[in-house]
Design a protein around this ligand. Structure first.
Ligand SMILES: NC(=O)c1ccc[n+]([C@@H]2O[C@H](COP(=O)([O-])OP(=O)(O)OC[C@H]3O[C@@H](n4cnc5c(N)ncnc54)[C@H](O)[C@@H]3O)[C@@H](O)[C@H]2O)c1
Length: 432
């Protein structure tokens, strides 16, 4: 099939590349000239394991194209996917849908024959209706069908998640579109993905609700970790013991820093915003948001305790600053709260991230980027393991760190506290 992905970010690029790898002709469009110019040269704008190889393979065999020309790309395609950003507005609460509506206005001017227009971006319920209204201002309804097909991939495992999804949700009452999309997704269905056809509004709500639920799981175990610390219980044992119950499941049940990234913070607020407008009190999700917002302060307090309140001039190293491992995404990472707070208290920060230096910390006084793990940790008083990259899992701290009184705060519980004790390393973990 001939597909057009509008927005070549984490979702648009990954799903576009994967669709092309399944044999479709795909044009990935973006209004960011630089991004498209680079992609044409084989320079990938994001870090995502396996993505570069797949882009090069499909670009070279000409199933995958890149363009800035929306009009032309839409006219050459049967199915158009909207994959643009839906960030939180400056009010810190409601979703900014301007990118979606701008694209809808552009699509309106590009349709001459029947198109299925799929919204893959995460949006409030009824956004599909709004997109339909905008396009119907110019185009007869028989020439287009608006479908919701939320994306569930996770950064860091995006290609695997796209290729082997648990489910494909297609929100449409239009039989013709449903049939075409079932066919488009048939390679994934044959590998075990459940295909679910719902109303458009249900599909939109499934995505918001799924993210809110996962954020709740993380927050739940993070709060239990606070309790475990007081009770001298290891939260890892609790996670395993709980997670083995199939009704609960072990994934997203690992204690750590505040959840971040481009989805959970914005989508929890987004669903509450929708509910508030309808006078429905989503009190569980509201308290998840509040608890998560307090999490970084709690962990900072732990840092103060570990350093016995003496932060000034302490050399603190962050291993990883993105919101999780295997991604370069800094959006809403807890390091963005923690590092500036520590600087304010007089700490000297050194950080290493496998995806390189971050513009968020460029030219920030007392924040230094190190090019490798050894030079990052060498002079540290405290090493904070902020993300769970494999690169951080077998470091010989004793050999590398020169200050023999160094401490480790492992926010991802990747080391064994028993082994650390045996080595006489002052090691602090989450939830025990
Ligand atoms: N990142 C994830 O892990 C993930 C997972 C599932 C769902 N989602 C959802 O998918 C959507 C996209 O997320 P993302 O992380 O890929 O965003 P992103 O910011 O990485 O990418 C969006 C892209 O859209 C482009 N764009 C915006 N307006 C455009 C226009 N008018 N014409 C052409 N290009 C335009 C931007 O330049 C950008 O490259 C969001 O709603 C997000 O919530 C994201």
């Amino acid at each position: 099939m001939k597909l057009c992905m509008i927005g070549t970010g984490y979702v648009g690029l990954v799903s576009g590349v994967c669709f092309s790898d399944l044999g479709n002709d795909v044009i990935c469009v973006d209004h960011d000239n630089n991004k498209i110019k680079n992609l044409k040269k084989g320079i990938i704008p994001i870090y995502e394991p396996g993505l570069e190889e797949l882009v090069l393979k499909n670009y070279n065999n000409k199933r995958l194209k890149f363009s800035t020309d929306l009009n032309d790309s839409i006219s050459k395609s049967d199915i158009v996917f909207i994959c643009v950003g839906t960030p939180t507005k400056k009010d810190g609460y409601s979703p900014d849908l301007s990118q979606i509506y701008n694209v809808a206005k552009e699509i309106k001017n590009s349709i001459t024959k029947f198109k299925i227009i799929i919204n893959k971006s995460t949006v409030p319920v009824t956004t599909g209706d709004e997109i339909e209204k905008i396009i119907a201002q110019k185009i007869p309804k028989k020439l287009f069908s608006i479908v919701s097909n939320p994306e569930f991939l996770k950064e860091g495992e995006a290609i695997r998640d796209f290729t082997y999804p648990d489910r494909v949700i297609i929100g449409t009452n239009d039989r013709k579109s449903n049939k075409i999309l079932k066919n488009l997704y048939s390679p994934l269905i044959s590998k075990g993905a459940e295909y679910v056809n719902t109303s458009r509004k249900a599909a939109e709500l499934i995505k918001y609700a799924s993210n809110a639920f996962l954020a709740t799981k993380i927050t739940f175990i993070n709060e239990l970790a606070n309790l475990s610390e007081k009770l001298d219980v290891n939260i890892e044992d609790v996670s395993i013991g709980m997670g083995l119950d199939k009704r609960i499941g072990g994934r997203f049940l690992r204690a750590g820093p505040a959840y971040g990234g481009s989805c959970f913070p914005k989508d929890t607020k987004g669903i509450v915003n929708t509910a508030d407008k309808l006078n429905i009190d989503l009190s569980v999700i509201k308290s998840v948001i509040k608890s998560n917002e307090n999490r970084s302060s709690l962990l900072l307090k732990r840092v103060f305790d570990i350093l016995k309140g003496k932060i000034k001039n302490k050399k603190i190293c962050f291993l990883g600053v993105t919101f999780k491992a295997n991604t370069d995404d800094m959006r809403d990472s807890s390091s963005l709260t923690m590092i500036p707070s520590l600087i304010k208290k007089g700490a000297l920060i050194n950080y290493f991230d496998p995806t390189g230096e971050k513009k968020e910390f460029e030219n920030k006084k007392n924040v230094n980027f190190s090019k490798d793990i050894n030079s990052a940790i060498k002079n540290s008083d405290l090493i904070i393991i902020h993300t769970e990259w494999n690169d951080f899992k077998s470091i010989n701290f004793k050999k590398i760190v020169q200050n023999k009184k160094f401490r480790i705060f492992d926010m991802r519980n990747i080391y064994s506290s028993t082994k650390m004790k045996e080595q006489k390393i002052k090691y602090f973990a989450i939830g025990h």
